[in-house]
Design a protein around this ligand. Structure first.
Ligand SMILES: *[C@@H]1O[C@H](CO)[C@@H](O)[C@H](O)[C@H]1NC(C)=O
Ligand SMILES: *[C@@H]1O[C@H](CO)[C@@H](O)[C@H](O)[C@H]1NC(C)=O
Length: 359
């Protein structure tokens, strides 16, 4: 009997081909990709050809019939949903209702209205089914070793005074997602799709919630959907304030989080070392000295491992109330969307202070 957790992947786009398949291959001692589904046979076949190198038994599924086959297959306890942002919540709920555990790609939803509907459907189905299916959202930042390690240094900076998050992105025509049509037809566009990562990183580092925001949004680079620039101030529930700036496309990309405390400053900056991409974490101490450590990207793999471990643990301990990894819970993903939605709404209202919806 197959001991590994068997999963299906719904979606066969760039992210499945370039991230999910190679990262799942790295943990192929734990997981077996049993099938890949797409709306069209052509797209499913393309991804299956790539997957076959690591998972020779992978099956190609497409259309309504292929989807029904996956839903009815009891040997598949979990499904990764990696579809257009507009379609993910409905698909996830359909699978959860059929008893599958779901790892849905971010963003958790297109809006807080959709989140409320999603959460009430999910809570209702958990209340009525004995084995509560897991609904996880893949945002990976909460699993990045840099964030996990940096968070441990937070007590060293003493009382928190201020937080800055600056994101100068590089979403230009060389980027494979630049012409992605669903992101262009999505309210909030790249800002919401990319922004949830940076908010996830911010919320994780400071370890508290953003309560209100005031933002200005503009549209300057007309090759991108609006808005492409956002400058927001925000209030944290620990009393601190901060700024969040996001430029979707800049000529000299730079991304950092900086938490300033009474006794020191903690900074996490995107960069590379010895050809590996990742983050440089620096602690600036009260004595004027600093200490830096570089961490390579590993969040996607860590997150997949956590999800797969949850599935196998849950299958083993059916009776007891097993708590799934909170870092990829749907609720965490929902909270990131709520912060960005508040910033975008404030931008629409010329900087009016907007409270962040609490989930
Ligand atoms: C897009 O951004 C990347 C990273 O900054 C850069 O290397 C590349 O030259 C840019 N491409 C265009 C068309 O501007
Ligand atoms: C879940 O499983 C992993 C490995 O399978 C194990 O290391 C971990 O301790 C388990 N967690 C719980 C809460 O049982």
């Amino acid at each position: 009997m197959e001991k590994r957790t068997q999963i299906a992947i719904l979606g066969a786009g760039i992210f499945v081909r370039t991230q999910y398949l190679p990262r799942l291959a790295e943990v192929s001692q734990l997981v077996l990709v049993k099938s890949i589904w797409s709306r069209t046979q052509e797209s499913a076949t393309g991804a299956v050809e790539i997957a076959r190198k690591h998972f020779p038994e992978v099956e190609c599924k497409w259309g309504d019939e292929g989807l029904d086959e996956i839903i009815r297959d009891d040997s598949i306890p979990a499904v990764a949903v990696v579809l257009a942002g507009q379609a993910q919540v409905d698909m996830s709920l359909r699978l959860l209702k059929a008893g599958k555990h779901v790892l849905q790609e971010k963003p958790a939803a297109a809006s807080t209205t959709e989140i409320e509907m999603a959460l009430s459907s999910y809570r209702a189905l958990c209340a009525s089914s004995p084995n509560k299916p897991i609904w996880a959202v893949a945002e990976n930042y909460r699993f990045e070793p840099a964030f996990v390690e940096c968070k441990k240094l937070l007590p060293d900076i003493g009382e928190m005074m201020n937080v800055q998050v600056i994101v100068e992105g590089s979403m230009n025509s060389s980027n494979p997602y630049f012409s992605s049509s669903w992101r262009r037809n999505f309210a909030g566009g790249f800002m919401l799709d990319m922004g949830v990562h940076f908010i996830a990183g911010l919320r994780m580092l400071v370890g508290c919630e953003i309560t209100s925001v005031s933002a200005t949004t503009t549209h300057v680079d007309l090759t991108l959907p609006p808005p492409d620039i956002l400058s927001s101030s925000f209030q944290l529930d620990n009393g601190c304030s901060g700024v969040f700036v996001m430029i979707v496309s800049s000529k000299s990309p730079k991304i950092f989080w900086r938490v300033v405390g009474l006794k020191g400053t903690l900074q996490l900056e995107r960069g590379s070392q010895d050809g590996r991409h990742g983050y440089l974490a620096t602690l600036y101490g009260a004595d004027g000295r600093s200490k830096s450590t570089f961490y390579s990207f590993n969040g996607v793999t860590e997150e997949l491992k956590a999800f797969i471990n949850d599935i196998s643990n849950m299958t083993l301990k059916k009776e007891s109330g097993y708590e799934a990894e909170p870092r990829c819970s749907y609720l965490e993903g929902a909270r990131d969307v709520a912060v960005l939605e508040a910033m975008l709404e404030s931008g629409h209202k010329c900087g009016e202070v907007v409270s962040v919806r609490k989930f």
